[in-house]
Write a protein that binds this ligand. Structure first.
Ligand code: NI
Ligand code: MN
Length: 228
């Protein structure tokens, strides 16, 4: 059974396989590039990488409507249960693993910040290594380049999702360096072209990936799907 990965604009992604869905960092209603609204997405699990508004904005409304299990770092999990009365929520931390129905999830390091929209402490930012159906998918989420990405790559990554927007995260050049450290079979760009400060030419990035690495770059438009 194939895995279908959909880019919902910005850093929001949906994984679907056999009717099971995992939504990452839902930011839809206020995203200039989201192809759907928060009312239109169905999911069983929501992963939250860190506390910034462009990653948590629609978590509570989607979780309440769908009953999806929310998985975040411990501080963000506490914040959602206190401030939004979410009950089906799991708090974890960097390096830890959690088995969520179909997928095994590992929270990875990310170099970034994590303040929540009301100024609350949002713990450490993270990424996610998602293992399901024998495939390993690495969401670096909001981060700079860091050399421990090489250790993450030891898990044999089939698909990596890396930010290329620059300014708030690594930019295209560092993202190519990250591909070299991780060594995924395929890579998709994220966290770009949402607003002018993070505009990037993904085709130029893809050409750099192809000429400097053995990894296949895949560029989607918001709403676009990649099946593997
Ligand atoms: Ni952020
Ligand atoms: Mn962000």
């Amino acid at each position: 059974m194939a895995i279908e990965l959909t880019w919902l604009g910005h850093a929001t992604w949906l994984i679907e396989t056999e009717g099971h869905r995992i939504l990452i960092d839902p930011f839809l209603n206020d995203s200039p590039t989201a192809p759907i609204t928060a009312d239109e997405v169905e999911t069983d699990v929501i992963l939250v990488s860190h506390g910034h508004f462009d990653h948590v904005a629609d978590v509570a409304t989607i979780a309440k409507r769908t009953g999806a299990q929310v998985i975040a770092n411990y501080e963000i999990a506490e914040w959602f249960s206190k401030n939004h009365a979410l009950e089906n929520i799991v708090g974890m931390n960097i390096g830890g693993q959690f088995q969520s129905s179909l997928a095994k999830l590992k929270m990875t390091n990310a170099i970034h910040s994590s303040q929540l929209p009301d100024g609350s402490y949002g713990g450490n930012p993270g990424g996610f290594l998602v293992s399901l159906k024998g495939k390993n998918i690495y969401f670096a989420c909001d981060t700079s380049l860091f050399s421990d990405m090489q250790l993450i790559g030891q898990a044999n990554i089939d698909v990596a999702i890396l930010p290329i927007g620059d300014l708030f995260t690594m930019g295209p050049q560092d993202s190519v360096e990250a591909v070299k450290l991780i060594g995924p079979k395929q890579v998709l760009p994220s966290h770009y072209n949402t607003w002018p400060p993070i505009e990037q030419n993904a085709e130029t990035w893809a050409e750099m990936v192809s000429s400097e690495t053995d990894t296949e770059p895949i560029v989607l438009n918001p709403g676009g799907k990649h099946t593997f």
